[in-house]
Design a binder for this molecule. Sequence first.
Ligand code: A3P
Length: 319
Amino acid sequence: MRPWKARIEDKEEKERKASFITKSWYGDDTFLYQGFWCDTFFIEGLMRAQQNFRSQPSDIVICSAMKTGTTWLKSLTFAIVTRFTFDDSTNPLFNNLSHDCVPLLEVDLAQSSTNRDPKNPLLATHAPYCSLPRSIIDSSCKIVYICRDPKDSLVSLYHFFARYLASKDMKPPALEEAFELFCQGVSSYGPYWDHVLGFWKASLDRPDKILFLKYEEMIEDTVLYVKKIADFIGYPFSFEELEKGSVEKIVNMCSFENLSNLEVNKSGKHREGTPAVIENKMYFRKGKVGDWENYLTPEMAARLDSITLQKLNGSGLTL
Ligand code: A3P
């Protein structure tokens, strides 16, 4: 091949690759897969899960983009489905982070769907709707999705990775840098707005299959949403349970104050003994609505709001 032709082809190949691989703002490579930026930690497992995972009709799949309230939703759903198995003092949530009670599809169930506790119908994923394994879409299992104001999600994600990188003696990026990439759609399983819209549209098409939740609304009236979730996933509260305050007990048990003060969540570690080890306390920061005001300038907030308006335009969804 003539040298000039090789040079052109090399340049084209580099450009092609560059549009599919980039550096995330937390240091790792991230890959554009099925329209979403997927981190090194997840991509292989997600591909495997797409091939291997077989969903059961009784499954309940917790879906979310990162930093939208997954830890909380996992705790609430786990407490709802296990309330007849454990009493107030024996629930595994007292000694385990909720991520250790609800397996993550693209990590824990990537090889096979059979290494699950048969008594636990819950699993979780950060995958976008279009990347869910076919059997989850086709089976009659339920999906519960949670989303959050992108301004708070960004701030939460930024702090999470800043703490994570600091724990590995790595320098976190500037918030401005993270913000710019987030706006361009480059974040874990981003673009964030496309992630939310995928589940939103699917929930309109199949309201019996997908329950679409917002973090802010759940914070506002958690009791109401715990009842809604329980009804939706087929574990409704009986009249007697409602009378004796079973819903309020679950709400209190899974509150930010309670969970973040448990010894396991103050000093325990998730995925201990693996390179992906992470301190449980990293999943609990403030648990507040509107904390973005303490970090984003009015200009940054306005830019995010305008992207949100543009992206959600005509969908009927507001964030
Ligand atoms: P902040 O960083 O804004 O505090 P995820 O669980 O998807 O990783 O999301 C993490 C966010 O949920 C963090 O938000 C965290 O503090 C908040 N969170 C964790 N547990 C919670 C709870 N029990 N109630 C409300 N928010 C909670």
